[in-house]
Design a protein around this ligand. Structure first.
Ligand SMILES: Nc1nc2c(ncn2[C@@H]2O[C@H](COP(=O)(O)OP(=O)(O)OP(=O)(O)O)[C@@H](O)[C@H]2O)c(=O)[nH]1
Ligand SMILES: [Mg+2]
Length: 300
């Protein structure tokens, strides 16, 4: 009988590459929120996959980007810090788009580490157009250190194409070891942040880019009673004009956000949810360490 294997695998890539989608597809559960707004993920989120002979702890990270500002530079830092004490990197690229400058930043960081990197070439269900560009760029960065071809895997995180192949390779590369987490624990992502993110996902879905980028959600209370969970949360924005947009005419927008979020929250808690949402203007919250800390966006 072969030995059990275990380890941490960080999913890294630029915003919108499909990192959170991949995590959720692999875990068959919505652990991390998804949207087509760049910088959807603002936390480092762990999700555990238990296989017959292995346990893989996936680490979803905020997309590496070139935006300015304290929140954003902090997110890059969070992501690169997650590369410590891990066994594997799953470098996700979106092959339906050409490589952008972020790729340079990611690759420069990765070549310095001595961890195996698998390049997952994502979104092949849309197009395979730029597969060659990414492989060439990575080969150039690694200075001809010939990487086995099997380290480049075309996938579709959304449809699930080739994920079995990806998992086989990951297990092969993991060291022998015992499981890190109990089988029951799919994630150790704190509940209040998970709830905040479910609300933020709806904001990303219903509103345009300026709003999601300038919005954060702070959960003030979660009271779990026998038949109902009562949740109080504040939506933070940086300007009063944004507050107006989120509330909408006669509260129409915030009502939609609340109704959709409540449905997802009821799935999470398997109970009825009463959700109270308030919109608060917190000027320049993205640059206030106190607020970032409360939101859990600051480096521990
Ligand atoms: N067609 C297609 N779309 C995908 C695939 N994977 C992800 N997407 C879409 O790409 C968008 C971004 O997906 P996310 O999973 O939020 O991307 P991310 O890399 O986590 O993004 P950030 O959290 O912003 O860094 C969403 O609209 C997804 O539905 C895929 O394999 N095929
Ligand atoms: Mg994400």
């Amino acid at each position: 009988m072969s030995e059990f294997k275990s380890g941490f695998a960080v999913i890294l890539g630029r915003p919108n590459a499909g990192k959170s989608t991949l995590l959720n597809t692999l875990l068959k559960q919505k652990v991390s929120i998804i949207s087509n707004v760049p910088q959807t993920t603002r936390y480092v989120i762990r999700g555990v996959l238990n296989l017959n002979q292995a346990q893989i702890v996936f680490v979803d990270t905020p997309g590496i980007h070139l935006f300015k500002g304290k929140l954003f530079s902090n997110l890059n830092e969070l992501t690169f810090k997650s590369l410590k004490d891990i066994e594997l990197v799953l470098y996700l690229v979106d092959v339906s788009r050409p490589p952008f400058k972020e790729e340079e930043l990611i690759m420069n960081n990765l070549v310095k580490k001595k961890i195996p990197v698998i390049m997952a070439l994502n979104k092949i269900d849309i197009s395979k157009k730029y597969i060659g560009n990414y492989i060439e760029m990575w080969k150039e960065k690694t200075k001809g250190k010939l990487l086995p071809l099997k380290y480049f895997i075309p996938i579709s995180a959304l449809r699930g194409d080739n994920l079995d192949k990806l998992l086989d390779l990951m297990v092969e590369l993991l060291p022998q070891g015992l499981p890190y987490y109990d089988k029951e624990n799919i994630t150790d992502f704190p509940l209040s942040y998970r709830v905040a993110d479910i609300i933020r996902e709806e904001i990303c879905l219903f509103l345009k880019e300026e709003i999601p980028h300038n919005t954060a959600v702070l959960v003030e209370e979660i009271n779990e009673e026998e038949n109902i969970v009562k949740i109080l949360a504040n939506i933070l924005v940086s300007k009063s004009s944004q507050k107006k947009i989120i509330i909408g005419q006669k509260g129409s927008v915030i009502k939609k956000i609340g109704t959709s979020a409540r449905k997802d929250l009821e799935l999470l808690f398997s109970k009825k949810v009463f959700l109270e949402l308030w919109v608060k203007v917190e000027k320049d919250w993205q640059n206030k360490p106190r607020v970032l800390k409360e939101l859990g966006y600051l480096n521990p």
